[in-house]
Design a protein around this ligand. Structure first.
Ligand SMILES: Cc1cc2nc3c(=O)[nH]c(=O)nc-3n(C[C@H](O)[C@H](O)[C@H](O)COP(=O)(O)OP(=O)(O)OC[C@H]3O[C@@H](n4cnc5c(N)ncnc54)[C@H](O)[C@@H]3O)c2cc1C
Length: 372
């Protein structure tokens, strides 16, 4: 049986679609097989913050990961311009910056060294007192210490961005086989040969990229385990005549993200090993209690939507990018809370790896090998 494509990608989330786009643009024939539809899972559930500096200051001290985040953020303006042109879709990319609110000196000192490190490396960070913050964002109306402002962290409409990647990939000839679940990855003599879908269909390809998000470990017949598991996150959406915030405002546990069509996205929960993307009453309570620490703007309002998504997480919370022990089988997954931010750099590096066998940024810290 002949190969159906040069490269077969499993999963049409933002990671699968962005890789399909870069590879198709480079002239490769690409087939994407997706269980349901484009962007059906985490990629549409996200809040769309491109929060490289914020996430480094508050969570990840790993330098190689921060480097990846900063490089990816830098790719956004060009990628967005190209995608909007090629897909005809608008992705609402806004370079408004992101505020990180602090309530105590203890919280502030916990992030001080990373803030200093960022400043030393010419990454802009501003400190605002509570009253300076209130002048910029009057929606923050509860007592607090102040806020760090990361002016270079932008935001995007992640639903539109995922669709734009898929549409632009199609313009370069990529094919999408939707509503087909891949059941097995076919391997012969240590090399990948193709996949088999739940309908029994076999699609052959010499290169296969697993971009299945939280479902990356679906094939239990492989001779190794892919340690990606789901972490559920919930979001509430409110409608305003005039939005109470100009830019995303975040705390250690909650955030409000102003979006197109006067919507305010309010999140989130971080629920480890939850396998169902159902939204819950306790999730709603947790989110509202978190954001009521800094704003009263939701008091008495009813959300018009609530949803949940499954973030793909790994044991060390870093992504898995690169080769697997099977020749021709690659993985791009486990992006946890940063998959929207990391899509452009993931697509760039995975394309380099498939086409040239090497990458411009080392993928060693993100190799599957670290878990084998
Ligand atoms: C509430 C919430 C808020 C978030 N906020 C942000 C944010 O502000 N900024 C940010 O950068 N990130 C954010 N994230 C994280 C981000 O959404 C994820 O890291 C990213 O979407 C992962 O993309 P993915 O393509 O790997 O996975 P997914 O979007 O889950 O896509 C995987 C796709 O693979 C398909 N699939 C799975 N198994 C199979 C199979 N066997 N056969 C065929 N298809 C299959 C699925 O149907 C799915 O469409 C957030 C996530 C959540 C849940």
């Amino acid at each position: 049986m002949k190969p159906v494509s040069d490269v077969l990608i499993i999963g049409a989330g933002i990671i699968g679609c962005s890789i399909a786009y870069e590879l198709a643009r480079a002239g490769r024939s690409v087939l994407v097989i997706e269980k349901t539809r484009v962007g059906a899972e985490a990629s549409s559930a996200a809040a769309g913050m491109i929060s490289a500096q914020l996430s480094h200051a508050t969570e990840h001290p790993t330098p190689s990961f921060f480097h990846l985040q900063i490089e990816s953020r830098a790719l956004f303006p060009k990628v967005v311009t190209e995608l909007e042109k090629e897909s005809g879709l608008v992705v609402d990319f806004k370079q408004n910056g992101i505020f990180y609110l602090l309530f105590s000196k203890k919280e502030m000192s916990a992030m001080q060294s990373r803030i200093q490190w960022q400043k030393k490396h010419s990454l802009p960070v501003e400190w605002l007192t509570a009253s300076q913050l209130r002048q910029r964002e009057p929606g923050v109306d509860q007592p607090l210490l102040g806020a760090f402002y990361f002016p270079k962290d932008p935001q995007v409409d992640n639903v539109q961005l995922t669709l734009a990647y898929a549409e632009a990939a199609k313009k370069y000839g990529a094919q999408f086989l939707l509503e087909h679940t891949v059941k097995r990855i076919l391997v012969e003599k240590g090399s990948v040969k193709g996949v088999q879908t739940s309908a029994g269909r076999v699609c052959r390809s010499p290169v296969i990229i697993n971009a299945c998000g939280s479902g990356a470990g679906f094939d239990k017949n492989l001779p190794f385990r892919i340690p990606v598991f789901p972490v559920r996150g919930q979001i509430l959406t409110y409608h305003f005549r005039k939005l109470p915030f100009q830019s995303p405002v975040a705390t250690s546990s909650g955030y409000c993200v102003p979006r197109e069509r006067n919507r305010l996205l309010v999140g989130t929960t971080v629920e480890f090993h939850r396998y169902h993307k159902n939204a819950t009453v306790s999730g709603m309570r947790e989110i509202l209690s978190d954001v009521s620490r800094f704003t009263s703007c939701l008091t008495g309002l009813t959300p018009y939507e609530q949803w949940a998504g499954l973030r793909p997480c790994t044991p060390d919370h870093l992504p898995i990018l690169g080769k697997t022990p099977i020749q021709g089988l690659y993985i791009a997954g486990g992006h946890f809370r940063d998959g929207i931010l990391l899509a452009p750099i993931t697509a760039k590096l995975m394309t380099e790896l498939v086409l040239k066998g090497k990458t411009s940024i080392s993928l060693k810290p993100f190799s599957l090998e670290r878990f084998l």
